[in-house]
Design a protein around this ligand. Structure first.
Ligand SMILES: *[C@@H]1O[C@H](CO)[C@@H](O)[C@H](O)[C@H]1NC(C)=O
Ligand SMILES: *[C@@H]1O[C@H](CO)[C@@H](O)[C@H](O)[C@H]1NC(C)=O
Ligand SMILES: *[C@@H]1O[C@H](CO)[C@@H](O)[C@H](O)[C@H]1NC(C)=O
Length: 202
């Protein structure tokens, strides 16, 4: 919440963001995300995802927001609201709808996977390179909008030792629940998601 207060103090308008873990949980269920990702989602904190927009104010996600593809270049900035401690934390972003929600035979696409995030007064600061740096959403022409799901986990000791995924591993056919299970991340403690449709053809 500190981030919002800062923006308000600076007079920068903030777009609607998540304010309630119960509403986020409901939005996930309504969008079928826990089932499609095989995750148990009982958030205890809010993950605030901001997409920088150059000179314009950032877009701050709320669960289920539609974001124009051109506004999703990122990289996203992560904040957390809630009493979750110092860290470290892992952030993952996956697309369960590739290439289309009707036939997601390449899903999940791993759009971000990074560890060693620490909570500095609500800002999640990462001091090491991500395993998978942020990849801008690019749903193919003709597809319905894809869901891009951001999840926050408490980092396990196993995460630092894991050899399942590295920067050269294919980003397709990822499975966040299997990965979380194998490196002992437990269930996500926070999350949000956006929907991004293909760039309208000119
Ligand atoms: C999105 O960005 C691309 C490349 O910068 C540009 O060609 C296109 O017109 C933009 N689309 C919209 C809707 O702004
Ligand atoms: C990434 O993982 C693959 C398969 O496990 C391995 O062959 C490769 O050497 C690893 N690359 C790096 C940079 O660690
Ligand atoms: C992902 O892994 C879980 C086990 O953690 C499994 O139940 C699920 O079917 C897998 N999802 C996909 C899309 O393969």
């Amino acid at each position: 919440m500190k981030f919002t207060l800062l923006l308000v103090a600076l007079g920068i308008p903030t777009l609607a963001q998540d304010v309630s873990t119960q509403l986020v949980k409901r939005a996930f269920v309504d969008a079928n995300i826990p089932k499609d990702l095989s995750i148990t989602f009982n958030p205890t904190a809010l993950l605030e995802v901001s997409l920088p927009q150059g000179a314009r104010p950032p877009i701050v996600l709320h669960a289920g927001i539609n974001v124009p593809r051109n506004d999703t270049a990122g990289p996203p900035i992560f904040h957390v609201a809630g009493n979750i401690g110092h860290g470290p934390f892992v952030v993952a972003t996956v697309d369960p709808d590739a290439p289309t929600p009707q036939d997601p035979n390449e899903a999940q696409i791993r759009h971000f996977l990074g560890g060693n995030f620490f909570n500095r007064a609500g800002l999640l600061v990462n001091t090491t390179p991500a395993i998978s740096e942020f990849l801008q959403p690019t749903p193919p022409a003709g597809s319905d909008a894809h869901r891009y799901v951001f999840l926050l986990f408490k980092q396990s000791p196993e995460f630092a030792r894991q050899t399942l995924v590295n920067s050269t591993t294919s980003i397709a056919l990822f499975n966040i629940s299997m990965f979380a299970k194998e490196v002992d991340l437990g269930n996500p403690i926070a999350g949000t998601f956006m929907k991004v449709a293909p760039e309208p053809s000119s």
